[in-house]
Ligand binder design. Structure first.
Ligand code: COA
Length: 269
């Protein structure tokens, strides 16, 4: 593993590894540089995890600070991008999250604060999601005149069903830890006030780490493989639609409004 990343902190303690996305001033938003590092990290990690001597049994992903897991793709970078560039942004994000989804060791998103847009998409590419009491998860892309582009339109319905997925993604609905637990997007809420959430998450994953690693890996693979076989065309469609919206007036209005901290005025064009 590369010695150090600019925006990622990688720590291994016994059989649990923790990856922290570290850009707290912008709520850990995923810019090109963070995505490039996630790409490199997941590629290098895969070869480490495939070695028989590997002792990592679980990977926890978190955001730096208590305010956000990840507040989405970096909206500032969307400005001025062409449709072709947007198609690349979407396909690259899908590919990197696909690499994370396919790591041969269980991944757990520890959601403290906001997991929005690309942050929610990263969380649902993981095998488990744990919520801190202040967790807020959702897909606000429509507010920007956009759709999720890092696999959200494919993975969210698989997780919570079409009815809720369409409602969440068309209304930019955000849900709390409790609501997320009710619909099954979160596996558990970590609410022990006496202990920090990362320690609680480590305790939560301990039983998982004690199971036969090959069996754990194969349960996840068996459950996900059929879904993945049917998903390839849907991912392509998502990237195509995501990119097309970059040419719309309303997308430019949505991004400018976010950056200028104003309310967007959409014109259906
Ligand atoms: N991309 C780029 N910058 C982002 C960001 C994103 N997705 N999310 C937050 N930030 C930045 C803000 O621009 C702000 O930077 P500034 O201090 O230079 O103005 C900083 O992070 C703090 O965010 P702020 O909006 O001031 O915090 P808040 O508590 O008022 O609101 C959110 C928090 C998460 C509700 C709000 O930041 C938000 O809506 N973010 C965008 C979420 C989104 O649409 N994600 C999907 C993107 S496709």
């Amino acid at each position: 593993m590369r010695e150090s990343f600019e925006y990622l902190i990688w720590e291994v303690e016994d059989d649990i590894a923790v990856l922290t996305i570290n850009r707290p001033d912008v709520l850990n938003a995923l810019n090109t540089h963070v995505l490039k590092e996630l790409d490199e990290w997941s590629n290098q990690l895969r070869s480490i995890l495939e070695q028989p001597s590997n002792s990592i049994r679980c990977i926890i992903l978190q955001g730096a600070g208590t305010k956000a897991f990840v507040a989405g793709a970096d909206i500032k970078e969307f400005k001025g991008k062409t449709k072709t560039e947007a198609q690349y942004i979407s396909s690259r994000g899908q590919r990197i999250f696909g690499q994370i989804e396919q790591l041969p060791v269980p991944t757990v998103a520890l959601v403290e604060g906001y997991a929005l847009g690309g942050g929610a998409e990263l969380a649902i590419a993981c095998d488990f999601r744990l919520a801190a009491p202040n967790a807020i998860i959702g897909f606000p892309e429509v507010k920007l005149g956009l759709i999720p582009g890092f696999g959200g339109t494919v993975r969210l319905p698989q997780l919570i069903g079409n009815v809720r997925a369409i409602e969440w993604m068309t209304t930019a609905k955000t849900v709390s830890a409790e609501q997320g637990l009710d619909v099954g997007i979160f596996n558990a809420i970590l609410d022990d006030k006496a202990e920090d959430v990362l320690n609680q998450a480590k305790k939560w994953v301990a039983p998982l780490c004690s199971m036969a690693p090959l069996a754990v890996k194969n349960v996840i693979f068996a459950v996900k493989s059929q879904q993945n076989m049917n998903s390839a065309i849907s991912f392509e469609k998502e990237a195509e639609l995501f990119a097309k919206l970059f040419e719309s007036h309303d997308f430019q209005e949505g991004v400018n409004a976010f950056l200028e901290k104003k309310k967007p005025v959409f014109q259906n064009k």
